[in-house]
Ligand binder design. Structure first.
Ligand code: MN
Ligand code: MN
Length: 467
């Protein structure tokens, strides 16, 4: 019998279950749902390139869906939906479950800040009749990647009188864009001898913003004067107002399908909007959970989570305490009973740079959302390391929900490493594990993810919040 499996084949399938490519596992219906979901994700990417824009987008969606601002002491019952917008840079949403709050909450945490170039507080200067903005990079970037490509500017300026103006320029058709120059190869002999890390230095990340002078016979720095005049006319600001501004330069290009088969999405800032958006949508699509669901979309992960909009601060803890108080429950008890998916991206296996990953323990594109038991560096330094018991529980939830998932860690043991917000949430006495979408070219201006993995992330958060 040709089709009959021999004993070894049967045993192998039983003992070594295979994690096949999602394209071989998903039904036509699931692939269509995946495509539709990713269209929504791509639209989100194009309208939200910064933490402020993402926080505003989520808040607007929540209000449209009937979520109300959370206030301590409010009366809450099953099915009620509340949110908290923390300083316009992070958002918490919660849907009250049917189970008592003392059974704990189901928490998904993702971050909405991405590596970028912030303007300095005295950014504007003129050098040899060209106008520039000085920048200070935010998060871990390879600086050479940020030159010679179009940049847009996003953010807010608080004027002297306390009024504010939002800036978003370089995104719409007809908008001007901005750019950091690089040296022509003909004259780059000395530069090419620099290490890659120093190929472009921090103080060389200067953005070209103009070159026409204010028309007069008198005075110097007339390009700078003309530029400030334009900014004053457009935004009502003076040079001193940059001191109280947060302006962020990000890639001006749009998210796009990548590949002849359109199986990938290329975009700025997948890390970590590729987890934030699926977690958010999963929560919206779970209106009647058993356990109270909480999704936190936080800021400041890329600079180490410090600050009052980052997860090293107490704002999540205080929210959970206040939520417990609404039910007359003990906040500590609620946290101890809670469970969390720390949703952040992981490095996908890149055949061009395969040396840095260990093939049996890394994430592959199109093999599903990646569960990571521990992060950290060297001897697991800086990780919360989820317990075997909790990994087992998450594994059962994902399998029961038919979620396509894999497991992997960030690189070979001694190569490097990295952290997420998992440790800060676990430190609140909450069971926490990392899970997220594999990314190629992480932290580059144009990162790649596979559509099936984005959809798998959404499915994972959904079954977790429903459990
Ligand atoms: Mn991240
Ligand atoms: Mn990151």
């Amino acid at each position: 019998m040709e089709n009959e499996k021999n004993e070894a084949q049967v045993l192998r399938e039983q003992l070594f279950p295979e994690n096949k490519h999602a394209g071989l596992r998903m039904s036509e219906e699931a692939l269509a749902a995946c495509g539709a979901f990713c269209d929504g994700y791509t639209a989100f990417l194009n309208c939200c390139k910064t933490e402020r824009e993402a926080a505003a987008f989520f808040t607007k969606q929540l209000e449209a869906k009937g979520y109300v601002p959370f206030t301590p002491g409010m009366t809450l019952k099953a099915g009620d939906k509340v949110y908290l917008n923390n300083r316009r840079k992070s958002v918490i949403l919660a849907t009250i479950g049917t189970a008592p709050i003392t059974d704990g909450v189901r928490l998904c945490a993702a971050h909405i800040d991405s590596p970028r170039l912030d303007l300095k507080q005295h950014p504007l200067y003129e050098d040899n009749e060209i106008g520039f903005f000085k920048t200070h990079y935010y998060g871990g970037i390879k600086k050479y990647q940020w030159t010679a490509m179009p940049l847009s500017l996003h953010g807010v300026v608080i004027r002297k009188d306390g009024t504010s103006v939002e800036v978003r320029i370089g995104e719409d058709a007809g908008d001007p864009v901005f750019c950091i120059t690089d040296l022509l190869p003909h004259l780059a002999g000395e530069q090419m001898k620099r290490t890659l890390a120093n190929g472009i230095k921090g103080e060389e990340l200067n953005i070209v913003i103009g070159s026409m002078p204010f028309r007069t016979d008198k005075g110097s720095e007339l390009v700078k004067l003309r530029l400030m005049q334009i900014l004053n006319e457009k935004y009502g600001i003076t040079d001193a107002d940059f001191i109280s501004a947060e302006l962020e330069a990000v890639p001006a290009f749009r998210a796009a399908d990548v590949g002849f088969d359109r199986s990938l999405i290329g975009a700025y800032g997948h890390d970590d909007r590729v987890c934030a958006y699926p977690a958010f949508m999963a929560s919206l699509d779970t209106p009647a959970p058993v356990h109270t669901s909480v999704v936190i979309l936080t800021d400041k992960e890329e600079t180490g989570s410090d600050g009052n909009t980052g997860l090293r601060s107490s704002y999540l803890k205080y929210f959970l305490y206040d939520l417990a108080d609404c039910f007359g429950a003990n906040g500590r008890a609620v946290m101890r009973a809670s469970k969390c998916l720390s949703a952040d991206v992981n490095a996908g296996f890149d055949p061009t740079f395969s040396d840095v990953l260990e093939k049996n323990n890394c994430a592959y594109l199109n093999h599903g959302v990646c569960v990571t038991k521990f992060t950290g560096a060297r001897g697991k330094s800086g990780t919360s390391d989820a317990s075997a018991e909790y990994v087992g529980e998450v594994r059962r939830i994902l399998d029961a929900g038919d979620v396509i998932w894999q497991t992997g860690e960030l690189g070979k043991v001694d190569i490097g490493g990295g952290g997420t917000v998992a440790a800060y949430i676990a430190n609140l006495d909450i069971d926490t594990i990392d899970i997220g979408v594999p990314v190629l070219s992480m932290h580059a201006p144009f990162e790649l993810v596979a559509k099936t993995d984005v959809y798998a992330a959404y499915r994972a958060f959904k079954v977790f919040l429903e459990a």
